[in-house]
Design a protein around this ligand. Structure first.
Ligand SMILES: Cc1cc2nc3c(=O)[nH]c(=O)nc-3n(C[C@H](O)[C@H](O)[C@H](O)COP(=O)(O)OP(=O)(O)OC[C@H]3O[C@@H](n4cnc5c(N)ncnc54)[C@H](O)[C@@H]3O)c2cc1C
Length: 403
């Protein structure tokens, strides 16, 4: 790396949230340095996760200029959703046609999305992409700088930590991360089923956690996310394909018939967390570095993209008013905006998780009755659909309309 790089904003972490933030800022003329760890390859094809991406996130990715790098045959469409409880009769169904929308969102392999963002970043002159090992962070009244193991440094008005759950920037800044580990892991892979998915995302709540089948672009291919106990996750990732296919189809009550094929399986430990602060002088956190949630509602990356769009809106507004991008007055606008929205989602998902996993008779009754009653109350259903597809809430402008 060259010595002494100076830019407007240094973004540490070239994943979904960091890459998108760099694109949004660069399109408004801010000079960015996007930093990755040496040897890291966002967009690695062996990541089995596929993300449920909301309409709001689609708008953000379009505005950032990343959506156009996704091959046309990659996004699977979510036109309907079905959720039910395996230990009762309660169920709920959502249909995008009820909102007069073509879809509620998309299912996109995480690796494909990261690659699209990376390609868009590589074609932006205002973004410098580098790999370096961060040794230290130093802040003065005028600027903030990073020192690298490669005997070089970079400085800017602002450093953004978009470096994921184990954020080094958060640690160097001394910002506590209040984390609660669920005693659960999510097993993810892709499967081919004997019945077509009909562009429907399905999720069943089992004894040990939810199991989701998410529709990919091909009519008979789904991404699965099976949240379960660590012991069961270990079993699921080590058993042979035949045993796995049988266990998976049975757990899903053969709703999509038999499992014909599956990809490599990986298990991800699950937790929820929130950083006590999202900013301090000349530093801000976004995405998983600031918060993380259970994947049962497919919201983690969507919240991160909303962070990026909100922070970009605040910074671009500050630049127009000739304000210092690293000042706490500016950064607090972002923190006030996003911290409450993210906390709301963390608490909501925590509530869902406990209600659906409890084996108490009262909880079983409440969740089954709740699903059935909600299914019949149209305004409540529409509110939930709008929230899940990211069409409501305190949204940044580009999340409503990418133009
Ligand atoms: C099983 C599973 C299923 C999920 N499903 C969904 C879903 O359906 N929908 C959804 O919205 N979300 C989902 N999520 C959550 C989603 O994957 C994350 O929220 C999202 O990846 C967070 O993006 P990020 O850019 O903030 O962090 P990350 O994806 O973790 O990216 C961080 C980046 O920072 C880099 N980095 C780390 N340390 C350094 C360093 N020191 N220096 C430089 N770079 C560094 C990393 O290499 C990486 O590229 C799921 C998660 C799991 C585990």
């Amino acid at each position: 790396m060259n010595t002494g790089i100076n830019v407007d904003v240094i973004i540490v972490g070239g994943g979904l949230t960091g890459g998108t933030l760099a694109l949004l800022l660069a399109r408004s003329g801010l000079r960015c340095l996007l930093l990755e760890r040496p040897g890291s390859k966002p967009g690695q094809a062996d990541d089995p996760r596929a993300l449920a991406i909301t309409r709001a996130s689609e708008n953000i990715l379009r505005a950032a200029g990343a959506w156009e790098y996704l091959p046309e045959d990659i996004p699977g469409r979510i036109e309907k959703m079905q959720v039910w409880d395996a230990r009762g009769k309660g169920h709920i169904e959502f249909d995008s046609a009820e909102l007069c929308e073509a879809s509620l969102g998309y299912i996109i392999p995480q690796a494909s999305l990261e690659l699209a963002i990376q390609q868009a970043c590589s074609n932006q002159d205002a973004i410098q992409i580098r790999q370096a090992t961060i040794n230290d962070l130093g802040c003065s009244t005028e600027s903030i700088s990073l020192c690298f193991a490669e005997q070089s440094r970079a400085s800017a008005s602002l450093v953004v930590g978009a470096d994921g759950i184990r954020s080094l920037i958060r640690e160097l800044a001394g910002i506590p991360y209040l984390r609660h580990d669920y005693d659960q892991q999510a097993v993810a892979c892709r499967v081919k089923t004997s019945y077509a998915h009909d562009n429907t995302a399905r999720q069943v709540f089992l004894d040990d956690g939810p199991l989701a089948f998410l529709p990919l672009a091909h009519s008979n291919e789904c991404a699965i996310v099976w949240s379960t106990s660590p012991a069961h996750a270990r079993l699921l990732t080590t058993m042979n394909d035949k045993a796995f296919h049988t266990q998976l189809a049975e757990a899903f009550d053969y709703r999509l018939g038999k499992i014909i094929e599956s990809s490599e399986r990986s298990a991800f430990p699950l937790s929820h967390a929130q950083a006590t602060r999202y900013c301090q002088p000349r530093l801000a956190l976004t995405g998983d570095a600031a918060h993380c949630v259970h994947p049962l509602a497919g919201q983690g990356a969507n919240l991160g993209l909303l962070d990026s769009a909100s922070l970009a809106e605040v910074l671009i507004g500050a630049r127009q008013k000739v304000q210092d991008l690293g000042s706490v007055t500016v950064l607090r606008r972002y923190e006030r905006w996003r911290k409450g929205e993210n906390l709301f989602m963390i608490k909501l998902l925590q509530g869902f998780k406990y209600t659906f996993e409890s084996n108490l008779d009262s909880a079983k009754f409440a969740r089954n009755a709740g699903l059935d009653i909600t299914n019949t109350i149209t305004p409540l259903k529409h509110f939930m659909m709008r929230r899940a597809s990211g069409l409501s809430g305190d949204l940044p402008l580009i999340a409503r309309n990418p133009d």
